[in-house]
Design a protein around this ligand. Structure first.
Ligand code: PA5
Length: 466
């Protein structure tokens, strides 16, 4: 993997760029952030960093369970949301056939289909039950907290449906829980009902949990090489050595630092734009990671800072035809991060059908591989010429190892950006507020004060509803 940040610098893109000496000037915050990364890891506050190394038994258990169950089911269904859904979606999209579910079973290596139901839109479950035989699915209820309303409500609906159709004993085999070992309702339910369960280490937060059974179990059920994913993460960990004082040798730290400097220059948006369909959902996963981790009102000293950067998901070349006009000519408020691939897994050549028509003929004999890479290079050129901050991450090929590297890269970068911003990248008080308000609105016991607070809020003025 490679990070090219030439086009972030003033000497390349002009006055909107980052002066190269800005990096040297930040020696103190960089050293402070480096130290915090080492100390926090040491005291177990970054337990997700050890996941590439401490899951041999978990992986064995997962692979054994997959062998036991895969022929019993048509589909593996994730019930989860946020950090309990975006990782499984992005890894599946990255590493499996893009039309995986449409392939006949033998072309899926004998593995079941995968569905991720990450919302409580009432139409979703109803239509899902119409589209599959719901009694031939294994439902993976994923919730770190074990109490998220969206996921738990889906679980209760599925449980009732299975028990009605199959009886309690048979239903039991079709539910597997992934949750914390102790806290929350889900582990209690799993133990009481006798459901198979996998554990999310308690010190690993939702959006940093893709390399736990949250992501490994769904991936393994689709035949993805989960050992390869973990190997890739370990490779990235070796690249971004803790305490590496030369930030030029630490790509995720440099990614974070450049974003941090750009934020201080008013660049409040970062666009992650893969030029590969396979990496499209890595942008979704990254958007949650960057937004929820860095969007904070208070710093570590409790002062109001209201920091963060809005992540935008884009896809090249598709979004050249919808967003790039804005990026090239709109406000100077964003960074565009291209995510490119050296070698695509397939090659397709454009026929020389219209060689007598110059405006089409130039395409004849060109591969889509060359076309998409040229479009990426041309867009990079155009944005650079327009003085827009951009950088490029390139992976040699999309494999379990490089996907593991990418996931780990973005996790480390996010944590490091949190240190530079002097905020807690691992909490999400803004999300909790919405969850608590939901509980209060439904009259959940223990939320009476929140209910009173909601009742006391001023009513909306009808004259502004038209
Ligand atoms: O990153 C986070 O902690 C959140 O986005 C959670 O993943 C999300 O809210 C779902 O939570 P849970 O896994 O507890 O159901």
């Amino acid at each position: 993997m490679q990070l090219d940040f030439n086009n972030m610098l003033r000497e390349r893109i002009g006055e909107q760029g980052i002066p190269v000496d800005a990096i040297q000037k930040l020696a103190y915050p960089i050293a402070k952030a480096n130290k915090a990364m080492v100390e926090k890891r040491y005291v177990g506050k970054m337990a997700w960093r050890d996941l590439p190394y401490n899951q041999n038994e978990v992986v064995k258990d997962i692979l054994k369970y997959v062998e036991e169950m895969k022929n019993e089911i048509d589909a593996f269904v994730v019930l989860g949301i946020g950090g309990s859904a975006l990782g499984p979606i992005s890894v599946q999209q990255a590493l499996n056939h893009p039309f995986y579910n449409e392939l006949p079973r033998e072309k899926r290596g004998g593995y079941p289909k995968l569905y991720v139901l990450d919302n409580v839109d009432p139409e979703r479950l109803v239509y899902f039950f119409q589209a599959v035989d719901p009694t031939r699915c294994l439902y993976n209820v994923i919730s770190k907290s074990g109490s998220t309303s969206e996921t738990m409500s889906q679980f209760m609906i599925v449980q009732q449906m299975l028990e009605e159709k199959l009886g309690k004993e048979n239903a039991k085999k079709l539910i597997v829980c992934t949750t914390d070992a102790e806290s929350g309702n889900l582990i209690t339910i799993a133990k009481t009902e006798g459901y198979k369960n996998f554990i999310i280490p308690s010190a690993v937060g939702g959006r940093f949990s893709e390399l736990t059974p949250v992501g490994l179990l769904p991936a393994a059920f689709c035949g993805i090489d989960i050992k390869g994913l973990l190997e890739g993460a370990a490779q990235m960990d070796a690249i971004c050595k803790d305490g590496e004082i030369d930030i030029h040798k630490n790509p995720p730290y440099m990614f974070a630092l450049l974003h941090y400097i750009a934020m201080t220059m008013g660049k409040n948006i970062t666009v992650l734009m893969p030029y590969a369909d396979s990496l499209k959902f890595i942008s979704d996963w990254f958007a949650q990671l960057w937004a929820e981790s860095l969007g904070k009102q208070y710093n570590n000293e409790g002062e109001v800072v209201s920091v963060g950067q809005t992540p935008v998901k884009a896809l090249g070349a598709t979004d050249q035809h919808s967003q790039v006009q804005l990026y090239a000519e709109g406000p100077y408020d964003k960074i565009i991060v291209f995510l490119g691939v050296d070698e695509y897994r397939e090659t397709i050549t454009i026929p020389k059908t219209y060689s007598d028509m110059p405006s089409l003929g130039f395409l004849g004999g060109v591969t889509h591989n060359e076309l998409i890479k040229t479009m990426q290079a041309a867009t990079e050129y155009a944005l650079t010429k327009a003085g827009r901050l951009n950088m490029t991450i390139t992976v040699p090929k999309v494999t379990p190892q490089t996907v593991g590297q990418l996931l780990y890269f973005f996790e480390v970068a996010t944590a490091y950006a949190g240190e530079l911003l002097n905020i807690d990248a691992f909490d999400q008080p803004g999300v909790e507020e919405g969850k608590n308000a939901t509980y209060a609105m439904f009259g959940r016991p223990g939320y009476e004060d929140k209910r009173a607070e909601l009742d006391a809020a001023p009513a909306k003025d009808k004259k502004y509803i038209i």
